[in-house]
Design a protein around this ligand. Sequence first.
Ligand SMILES: [Ca+2]
Ligand SMILES: [Ca+2]
Ligand SMILES: [Ca+2]
Ligand SMILES: [Ca+2]
Length: 474
Amino acid sequence: MKTSRLRTASAIFVTLAATTAAVPAFSGTSVAAAAPASAARQQVDFNGDGYEDMYASVPDGTVSGLKKAGYLVVYPGDAKGIGPARHQVINQNTSGVPGSAAANARFGAGTPADIDRDGYTDLLVSAGNGPRIILFGGTSGLGTRAVEYRGQGYALGDFDGDGRTDAAGIDRTEWEGKIVLDESIGADGSVGNTRTALTAGGVTVYEGVQAVDMNNDGKDDLLVSSGCDDEPDCGGRSLYLSTGTGFTYTPIVTAPGTYLEHSTVTVGSVNGDAYPDLVFTRQPTGMDSDVDFPSKGGAVAVVLGGPKGQNTAVKPKWITQATAGVPGADERGDAMGASASVGDLDGDGYGEVVVGLPGEDVDTAKDAGGVLVFKGRASGITGADTKVIGQSTANIPGVDETGDAFGGEVHVVAPAKGVPATLALAAPGENTGQGGVWLLKGSRTGPVTKGSVSFGESSLGVTPSAVRFGWWLG
Ligand SMILES: [Ca+2]
Ligand SMILES: [Ca+2]
Ligand SMILES: [Ca+2]
Ligand SMILES: [Ca+2]
C-alpha cells in the first residue's frame, strides 16, 4: 500500500484537483492491529473467506482493442495461497461496472478498504478523469456490486470514529489547499457531508494526505505532506491525531540529522504491537536538501506508532545500502525505496520491510533491479540480516536484463488462516515493458526462492503487449 506506495508508482493518487504530490495509495488504508475489527481492516479479503486476496492493477492494459483503457486482476487466495491460475479480470466493460472501457482512461489503480463495513474488502478505483468507482466485495468476490463514488477524497478511513467510512482529500479551490473530509460514504457512493479538517497557514501548501490510526484509538489520524508556495526544496510530513471532532498536530521525532521531507510513506506493522508503523523511503531529489541526506541511491526509515501517536523510544534514522548488514552498495540511480511494503514473511510476529531497488545495476545489466527484505524486530529494522532478491538469485525465474526494473513494485500478501505470507514482486520493464509478477512463499526463514513462480499478461490468455503488468500490486 500499499497504501501504497507512493512510491514511484504514486501516480495512483487522486485529489480534488490536479496535484503534483505523490501520495502512496496504500497509505490511504488505515491499519491497526489491536482490536479484531481493526486487524480485519488490514486485510485484503474481497470474498470474505478469510484467505488474503491480491490484485494487480494494469492501467496501461488494452481492453477490446482500446489501448490504455486499463484493467485489474483479482487473485483470490485459498489454502495454497495466491497463484496465477485463479484470477478474475475486471475492466469498465465488465458487467455491473459503471461506464465503459475507453482508450487512455487508465482504469484500475485502487485503494482497498471495507467501505461499507460489511466484512468484505472493497476497492476505490480510479478511471481517468471520470468519477472513481467503488467495487464492492461479496461472497462471489470483487465487483459483486459497483457504484460511482461521488466524493472527492481518496484517503479512506474513519476519522471521527462513528463506524462509517470517510475519505480525506485536498480541496484546491485555494492555492495552498485545504484538507477536507468526505464523511459517511454511502452504499450508493454518496457522501453524507464534507467538512474542512485542516487549513494551511503561512507559506504551507498541502500536497498529499494519508489516513492511519497511529495511536490505535479507533479514529483515523491524518498524515499530511506539504510544501511551500515559493520554494521547491521545502517539504514536511506532519501527523495530526484525531480527537473525533478535530485534529491535533503531533510532531514526528527523528534521530539527529534525519529529515523526512521529500519522502513517501507506506503503512504497516513492523514491530508487531497494536500500533501501525510508517515506513519512510526517500531518494535524492537533486536539490540542496540532499546535503542532509546520507545516500546516493535511496534510504528507508521506520517511524513506530504508539499510544501518543509516535513511539519515540526508537528514533527513526535512515538506513541505506551502506548500512551494516545491507547487501550491495549505495549508488546513484538505485532508486531504493521506489516501492515498499510491510508484512510478516517469517512468521515471528514482526513485519519485514520490503523495499524495491528498480534502478540497481547487475553486472552489465543497467537498471535490472532488485529487492531488499529487511528483517522486522521489536525495535523496527536495523539493516542486520537483510536479504537481496533479484532475477539472478537461485531459483528465481528469469534473467537480469537492462531495464527490467525488478522491484518496481513490491507487495506482501498478509498471512491469514494458517497460510503464510506471500511476497509478490514486479518488474514493470521485463520483456521490453510487458512486465511481470513473481510470487515467493513465506517461511520460518523468510521468503523462499525455491518454488517461486513468475507470470505476465499471457497468464490471462492474451498475447502480451507493453502494458507494464504488475505496475501496481495490492
Ligand atoms: Ca479471500
Ligand atoms: Ca465491503
Ligand atoms: Ca487515532
Ligand atoms: Ca518477521
